[in-house]
Write a protein that binds this ligand. Structure first.
Ligand code: F6R
Length: 607
């Protein structure tokens, strides 16, 4: 995952920038760089690979400037080479960037039409060039950045340094976190407060849409509308900057809010955003030759697998069976020689999932592990590892690992469909474009948080809650019910909406909230019929949908949570966020231990 740091210091900052980047190393990266102002002029030093390569280069070409920005890059647009490493520097601007600029292609075409030349394959360089153009047109750096930000589509964080401006750094947050550190006559910036640990314990967090003009005397923070706002600096207790909660009350909230950023990194790993293709590492088997996929996992990871089942069937026309790992391992499941087994696990240590992996190997199957901890036992024992790159997940209830599992599995399903000739090149481009939009769509989805917090007041009084969905939103309904149960201790059930009338409808009365996850899609009408069945029996519907769905569902709903419209493939990733927030806000109101709910462990290494 990319990391951003910035320092307006009293002395040379290059070493401290590297030190701050070192604290972000745990997030993973494949190149790094710093830019400083040397007697007013922008100078840059970048290196492929680990920070030690950058340090060696800095020994040969020392930088002595007192102002600088730095970056560790996880390649998204363009290979992890030195020329694609950040910072990207124009004659007037240096920029570092986390996330994805979705509309970089059209912005690049616009700049190229005016004669601009690009030195890298990144989307980031477009931002630097746009700001540079505004300065050439006569704007000062602050006005230039202010003019460019509204033109950028996507979820991202940015930091800028300017030629000739020794006391200025500008930062902007849209979907990717940024923290400002306050020192005495010095200021700091980090994409994670952990980076600022050695320098200051006074930290303010930018809110969504904020941008900040930072000088050595402080920071003027603006919200998305441009209005000056106050984001109070908080004292961070010493030692807590190792794994911190940021400005969130719980790790779970932090992890929910990190999703636009971490999913961008996961997609960055598996997509070539320039060519709009999926790029997977070499697989130890030929996807064109397999005739069956078995997916096995536990809990939330299992629901990610159940969603992926729909994708593999649709995109690759392959039969898939998805199993609870604790059942799979004892069922003597016949596994044909031409099948593969995919195991999914955040921790990579879950006992039943590991045993299932071993069983599949004994049966002669090739195995793929979708894991978040790359050093785990499951990762070590599988034939092939697809890391989920969600970063450390501390909250016991899985959130960001789930959506990153979905991202990884979606990439694998699309790739399988291509290899098997089911999907055309155009299909692949279309699906990749849809995936690229997910970080931004997630950022939009998070804006529902205040509405969901209000709704949680009603939910926290319920004894039971039903979740309904069809297609990929059926496993998401199961996940919604699991999330609510495990952190709020309210009894909840997930059902396929069409299954309601075969039993669970007996539960419906006016005390029963029913969360219906139903984006407008080809089976929306069917879900509306199921909602009517609930409404007719007094059930209180909470409809999670888009505007078209909200307009067409002529059913009395207690509340409608409206998300942006999006392609059907990506709905489970984006709709997961309101589902997680429903559980989170309800649990907070109930006063439970959100991060460590009773009886639960993060890594279940027993049967
Ligand atoms: C639910 C949750 C659990 C895990 C399950 C598997 O929020 O976190 O259901 O998903 O215990 O754990 P991993 O993914 O580590 O194998």
């Amino acid at each position: 995952m990319c990391g951003i740091v910035g320092i307006l210091g009293k002395d040379a900052v290059a070493d401290n920038l590297v030190e701050a980047l070192r604290r972000l190393e745990y997030r993973g990266y494949d190149s790094a760089g710093v830019a400083t102002l040397e007697q007013g002029h922008l100078a840059v030093c970048r290196a492929e690979g680990k920070l030690k390569n950058l340090t060696h280069k800095l020994l040969r070409q020392p930088l002595s400037g007192r102002s600088g920005i730095g970056h560790t890059r996880w390649a998204t647009h363009g290979k992890p080479t030195e020329r694609n490493a950040h910072p990207h520097v124009t004659p007037r601007v240096a920029v570092v960037h986390n996330g994805i600029i979705e509309n970089f292609r059209e912005l690049k075409a616009e700049l190229e039409a005016e004669g601009a030349c690009f030195l890298s394959d990144t989307d980031t360089e477009v931002v630097g060039q746009l700001v540079d153009r505004e300065i050439v047109r006569g704007k000062d750096p602050v006005a230039a950045v202010e003019a460019v930000l509204p033109r950028l589509k996507g979820a991202f964080a940015l930091a800028f340094l300017f030629e000739g401006e020794d006391d200025l750094m500008i930062a902007a947050r849209r979907g990717s976190p940024l923290a400002i550190g306050y020192g005495a006559g010095e200021m700091f910036l980090g994409s994670d407060a952990i980076a600022l640990g050695p320098f200051t314990d006074l930290v303010a967090y930018l809110e969504e849409g904020d941008w900040a003009v930072i000088t050595r005397t402080g920071a003027e923070i603006h919200d998305e509308s441009g209005a000056v706002v106050v984001r109070p600096a908080q004292k961070v207790p010493p030692g807590t900057l190792l794994v911190d909660k940021g400005n969130h009350r719980h790790f779970m909230a932090k992890e929910i809010y990190e999703q636009p950023e971490v999913i961008a990194h996961t997609f960055g790993h598996y997509l070539d955003l320039t060519r709009e293709t999926v790029t997977l590492p070499d697989l130890p088997f030929d996807l064109a030759e397999i005739d069956h996929i078995s997916i096995t996992a536990c809990g939330t990871a299992l629901f990610a697998g159940s969603i992926a089942e729909y994708w593999f069937e649709r995109f690759a026309r392959l039969p898939v069976s998805t199993d609870i790992a604790s059942e799979f391992r004892y069922r003597d499941t016949p596994l044909g020689k031409n099948g593969i087994t995919i195991v999914i696990s955040q921790s990579g240590e879950t006992a039943d999932t590991l045993a299932s992996l071993r069983y599949a190997r004994e049966c002669g199957q090739k195995t793929v592990a979708v894991v978040n901890v790359p050093t785990s036992t499951i990762a070590r024992e599988a034939d092939m590892v697809l890391p989920t790159l969600a970063g450390p997940e501390i909250g016991v209830a899985s959130t960001k690992a789930f959506t990153c599992q979905l991202a990884t599995l979606a990439c694998l399903a699309v790739h399988t469909g291509r290899v098997r000739g089911v999907l055309s090149e155009d299909d692949e481009h279309r699906l990749v474009r849809a995936m690229m939009e997910v970080p931004r769509l997630m950022t939009e989805a998070l804006k529902l948080s205040p509405e969901i917090e209000a709704l949680a007041r009603t939910l926290s009084k319920a004894r039971d809650v039903l979740y309904l969905g069809r297609g990929t939103n059926y496993p998401l309904a199961l996940e919604g019910a699991l999330k609510l149960k495990e952190i709020s201790y309210i009894h909840a059930e997930g059902y396929a909406a069409g299954e309601l009338k075969h039993g669970p409808i007996a539960l419906i009365d006016e005390t029963m909230p029913v969360v219906v996850i139903a984006p407008f899609d080809r089976i929306f009408e069917k879900t509306v019929s199921n909602m009517e069945e609930v409404a007719a029996r007094g059930g209180r519907i909470i409809l999670v949908t888009d505007q078209r769905g909200a307009d067409l569902a002529h059913v009395e709903a207690m509340q409608k949570l409206i998300l942006p419209e999006m392609p059907a493939t990506v709905t489970p990733m984006v709709y997961a966020l309101p589902v997680q927030l429903i559980a989170y806000h309800t649990a907070v109101l109930m006063g439970t231990d959100v991060d460590q709910p009773r009886n639960l462990a993060k890594s279940v290494t027993v049967e």
